[in-house]
Design a protein around this ligand. Structure first.
Ligand code: KIV
Length: 285
């Protein structure tokens, strides 16, 4: 991937039937690697509350946390589109509040777009942010900031009523100007219907193969977590095992004197050695 990904690129990809690959990223080294690998979208998700901060939900995540992590990601990514999450209660109070907080994610964090959760109830807010020139990614299905209302992290849209409401929400968000829609934990058949009815791309997570793109949480996807792993995750690597093995060997080598070796040791040059010899021998002090 050489050209930078923009919201227009994503629209063209949907029209051409090309799938979009999105991953979360929360720090500079990860952003550099994922950007170089060609990931289309990097999401600084509020999932960082769970996989980085060790919280049990995304609710405690603050705007400042997202700004802090977005700064690191935006310094490392030059091709991927950087989307930053608006955390809980940073956009629900008023459209003005939402627009100001979204602007901060761009101005201070270096994001190129923001994501927020919800359906028709946030459509006017989406419209307001978009009118200010800030691209908005919407998010339906399991919306983790509402976990206590939903009663847990479970699949959404299983009844006719819930499915119809989700389709109406999706159409309202598109109408409000959202450039893409995340569908989280939605039955594949419903995700397929929504995808076919929208002109903007859908990005699925636990929403089956028919979405225009897919997103996974980076730490889950590379096996860099000791916590709960959702069923829809696919683990492409086992980073936790690599780290644990490296740490065990390090402890062994430190305790048996194997580390540091000659390669990791600085020595005096001959002329420095001559100058320091009296001192090293304890002479002249
Ligand atoms: O916060 C996040 O990482 C997300 C993705 C799961 C879509 O919202």
């Amino acid at each position: 991937m050489t050209k930078s990904v923009t919201v227009k690129t994503l629209l063209k990809m949907k029209q051409a039937g090309q799938k979009i690959a999105m991953l979360t990223a929360y720090d500079h080294p990860t952003a550099v690697l994922l950007d170089a690998a060609g990931v289309h979208i990097l999401l600084v998700g509020d999932s960082l509350g769970m996989v980085v901060q060790g919280q049990t939900t995304t609710i405690p995540v603050a705007l400042e946390d997202i700004i802090y992590h977005t700064k690191m990601v935006s310094r490392g990514a030059h091709h991927s589109l950087i989307v930053a999450d608006l955390p809980f209660l940073t956009y629900q109070i008023s459209a003005d509040q939402a627009m100001q907080n979204a602007a901060q994610l761009l101005r201070e964090g270096g994001a190129q777009a923001v994501k927020l959760e919800g359906g028709q109830e946030v459509a006017a807010t989406v419209q307001r942010i978009v009118q200010a020139g800030i691209p908005v990614m919407a998010h339906l299905g399991l919306t983790p900031q509402s976990v206590h209302t939903l009663g847990g992290f479970s699949v959404q849209g299983r009844t006719r009523e819930a499915a119809e409401r989700m389709l109406e929400d999706a159409l309202a968000l598109q109408q409000a100007g959202a450039f893409a829609l995340v569908l989280e934990m939605v039955p594949a058949e419903l995700a397929e219907l929504i995808t076919s009815r929208l002109s903007i791309p859908t990005i699925g997570i636990g929403a089956g193969p028919f979405c225009d793109g897919q997103v996974l949480v980076f730490h889950d996807m590379v096996g860099y977590t000791s916590g709960y792993i959702p069923k829809h995750n696919k683990r492409y690597a086992n980073v936790a095992q690599v780290i644990q093995e490296a740490a065990s060997v390090y402890i062994q080598e430190v305790t048996n004197g194997g580390f540091p070796g000659e390669d990791q040791t600085a020595r005096l040059r001959p002329e420095e050695f001559d100058e320091l010899t009296p001192l090293l021998r304890g002479e002249g002090q």
